[in-house]
Unconditional design. Structure first.
Lengths: 367, 145
């Protein structure tokens, strides 16, 4: 007797512990296999691009925190860099070094969070996630020392940063840097060799290098697909040309590669912070600028290597104190474009893991 | 990374796709919207240019016309270029899609349609992306208050 089968349409989200925010996916399943998937988002759309049109460039900085709220310092940095490029504003040396230190510490936090959530979605429950958070707490305490905020900093300003590093910061960061490699080794030993992690992530959620480039993917997702492209090295901005670091690439573009690329990038960020702490000079931390900054007429597209990928800011200025158009090229919005290709034909459990490995943050996807 | 000047490449593009260039300056080139598929395919496939990566696709409302802006990168040649096109008026705006050349244009064109109301004929799935399907109006337009 032939077996009667039918396709099941399942709605995942927007309220769901594994969707990393208010993200909704409508999948059509044949048993466990995903036949069709339709990602739907916009639940966190706040109209930031429209709001920015009525605010001065400094007033937009808190919005940039709330784009990718997991790596808020990098959001600040991208916007400030775009305004400084358009306005021809020079940033003092000490401010550049401070930006690199806080920016790379932010990359460490972001990657730890991403990997922690990825492993939780794989089924490791909360243990790796809480181990990551234990380390994140130490970095977040450093940020609280600098700018008073743990999560959404509003720290960078056009032409520099808002406060200098307080004297108690340096012994605290030295203590963190001394202890961190041992903790990192602990995560690696607990997780890298685990055969369940390997069996579930090797070969799942695969995307090829050409597809990744065609989908305009960026960041660790692109590098895991074996494309050697990192804006810090290839389109250098700020003072990244003064630091030695490696660009990590994967081989197959599967979930395992994205996990490994992020873990190795954490240690590269650690190297950069070490070098920056040695080289940091004395000096002012903000350029002398008028209270209400006017940019010359014109436009600029400036992109930084944010932890999630290429975060670009396209600013059109009409010569007044507020932008005429402010657009954010959001890395995870564009990386999500590839998700259908990565999950159709795989099992539903792999789909959850693949979504986690792209590392989305809905603040940045929806804006 | 070298940002190509529009003046240098305008002649080559005009030769390959005649009647496409409206103007060019050192920031980039402005092409007629009907010529977008031809010019983009030329920029992507010609080995001399090889713009294989679409960084960003967005649009701006300038009251009398809308401008769609494309930022392209060639990873091999380490060059970047800005291509713009204009559509006049405020209703029935159409710019041919480039999502068949770079699949990353898919979501970005949907976002431009959703928030600014420019259609992209040839796009497989031109639906709203940030707002709900029954929403009326295009919020990023200057006359949406």
């Amino acid at each position: 007797m032939p077996l009667k089968t039918e396709l099941v349409t399942l709605n995942i989200g927007p309220h769901h512990p594994s969707t990393h925010g208010v993200f909704r996916m409508r999948v059509t399943l044949d048993g466990e296999i995903v036949k069709e998937a339709e990602p739907m988002f916009g639940y966190l759309h706040r109209g930031l691009e429209k709001l920015a049109e009525g605010r001065t460039y400094t007033q937009i900085i808190p919005f940039t925190d709330r784009l990718d709220y997991v790596s808020a310092m990098q959001g600040n940095w991208g916007h400030c860099l775009a305004v400084e490029t358009l306005g021809g504003i020079e940033v003092p040396e000490r401010a550049e070094y401070i930006r690199v230190i806080v920016g790379e510490l932010q990359r460490i936090i972001n990657h730890m969070l991403a990997v922690g959530f990825f492993l939780t979605d794989l089924g490791a429950m909360q243990t790796p996630f809480l181990l990551m958070f234990r380390e994140r707490e130490k970095i977040v305490d450093l940020y609280e020392m600098i700018c008073g905020q743990r999560f959404l900093y509003n720290y960078m300003r056009i032409g520099g940063v808002s406060h200098d590093l307080p004297p108690e910061f340096f012994p605290a960061v030295e203590k963190f840097m001394a202890e961190y490699p041992a903790y990192f080794q602990e995560f690696e030993e607990l997780l890298k060799g685990n055969e369940i992690v390997q069996a579930r992530t090797i070969g799942t959620g695969v995307i090829s290098a050409e597809d990744a480039i065609s989908y305009s993917m960026s960041g660790p997702c692109l590098r895991a697909a074996s494309v050697d492209w990192d804006l810090r090295r290839d389109v250098p901005y700020s003072i990244y040309d003064r630091f030695k670091f490696d660009v990590i690439t994967g081989r197959n573009g599967d979930n395992w590669d994205r996990y490994r690329v992020r873990m190795k990038e954490i240690m590269q960020s650690y190297r950069i912070v070490e070098q920056a702490l040695e080289q940091i000079p004395e000096g002012p931390v903000q350029a002398e600028l008028p209270q209400l900054l006017r940019l010359p007429e014109g436009e600029a597209y400036v992109a930084i290597e944010a932890p999630k990928g290429e975060q670009g800011f396209y600013i059109v200025s009409d010569g007044s104190i507020a932008p005429y158009r402010w657009h954010v090229r959001s890395p995870d919005f564009i990386n999500l474009g590839a998700i259908r290709d990565m999950i159709i034909g795989t099992k539903i459990a792999d789909m959850i893991a693949t979504l986690a490995s792209i590392d989305i943050c809905l603040g940045s996807v929806d804006r | 990374m070298q940002a190509l000047s529009g003046i240098d490449i305008a002649d080559k593009i005009e030769t390959a796709v005649p009647g496409s260039i409206l103007s060019s300056d050192e920031k980039g080139i402005l092409v007629y919207s009907k010529a977008i598929p031809g010019v983009m395919k030329f920029l992507k496939d010609t080995p001399q240019f090889d713009f294989n990566y679409l960084n960003s696709l967005t649009a701006v409302d300038y009251f009398d016309y809308f401008e769609v802006v494309y930022h392209l990168t060639s990873m091999k040649n380490k060059q970047s270029v800005t291509v713009k096109t204009r559509v006049n008026g405020r209703d029935n705006l159409e710019v041919p899609t480039v999502s068949n050349l770079w699949r990353g244009a898919d979501y970005q064109e949907r976002e431009v349609f959703d928030l600014l109301g420019i259609r992209f004929p040839g796009h497989m799935n031109l639906k709203r992306i940030a707002l709900w399907q029954s929403f009326e109006g295009h919020p990023l337009r200057k006359d949406f208050l």
